[in-house]
Ligand binder design. Sequence first.
Ligand SMILES: Nc1ncnc2c1ncn2[C@@H]1O[C@H](COP(=O)(O)OP(=O)(O)OP(=O)(O)O)[C@@H](O)[C@H]1O
Ligand SMILES: [Mg+2]
Length: 344
Amino acid sequence: MGRDDTSLGSRQLAKRPRDPDAKGKRAGKTLEALLEEATMHLLDRRFLFVVGKGGVGKSAVATAIALAAAKDGKRTLLAIVESKERVSSFLDIPPIGTEISRQVRPNLDTVLLTPKAALEEYGMMVLKVRTLYKLIFENRLVRSFIDGVPGLAAWSMLGKAFFHSSPPSGEPEYDVVVVDAQATGHALEMLRVPLVIQKLAPPGLLRREADRAIALFKDPTESAIVLVALPEDMPANETLELHAALRDELQFPVGRLVVNRVLPELFPAEERPIFEALPGKLGEDSPAIHLARAGRARALREEVQRSSIRILDAIPAAKIFLKDFISPELGPAELDELSLAFAR
Ligand SMILES: Nc1ncnc2c1ncn2[C@@H]1O[C@H](COP(=O)(O)OP(=O)(O)OP(=O)(O)O)[C@@H](O)[C@H]1O
Ligand SMILES: [Mg+2]
């Protein structure tokens, strides 16, 4: 089962009241600030963005983190970006829509972010009055203009998640917002949008919100990117590329690297060559040939797993390993078990 490499020590820090001057000090990166960042527990951040290649388990990981946060007593929102959401089957709840589903578990709300619904809310945030909104945003010409502005839909979804974590005024409704993002390319595009707005938009609400969001995303004590990878060759290498883009281009802190679907090692490393050679030695007519082939396949898979975890070692983030359930679909029991890996 998984384990949070940095969970030790975070216990004491969690009890410590937040230092009101901490932000100012962090800008200069005092030793104390660096230490706090390194030892903070994942669940003490208010904004968590889960990314990775398609199908690696982003939704499962985002759900598990959200469950862990909710069980930790945090008011938690799991925001799912515009996909065929699987979270409702993971939690065995009715399909999740664009209206917030409240208390799907104690302390846990969830919502689907779609460009249309998010834009509407964003429009409402700006225009305040629904009839005015309808007049402007549902006008065919305006609509086609909006659809043509690259990034606006992505920003409205990210901005909505950010808004729940950090409204422009007043207290946030949630202590932790977990975003179950789309696969790599789309997720990177989404994260780039506020940086583009910051560079290009004239001063005003849009720019102010982008500035605030970027400040939050870049602050490693407030938010973290959670990278999800599989222990396989190609996905491991693609995760390195994704990490490089996040670190070098966007400069958003990667808080954890989750290696999902890890198989327990059945063969000690030194015995693997024996199992790899066994089918050849036994010959086709041996009564044990199928068993020997299964042993070889498993030994090879374990070798690939080891070498891809070595590739992933290049990413300087604490790793969390999650087991492979080898079951056709995950449900509430599996998700509860996965959530333990993110618990305090
Ligand atoms: N640890 C695990 N053990 C077994 N099955 C898993 C595990 N993690 C995820 N799965 C299964 O893998 C499939 C993909 O998982 P999930 O939906 O979380 O991936 P995703 O990265 O969100 O996919 P997408 O890119 O389509 O959004 C699901 O069928 C899920 O049940
Ligand atoms: Mg998903």
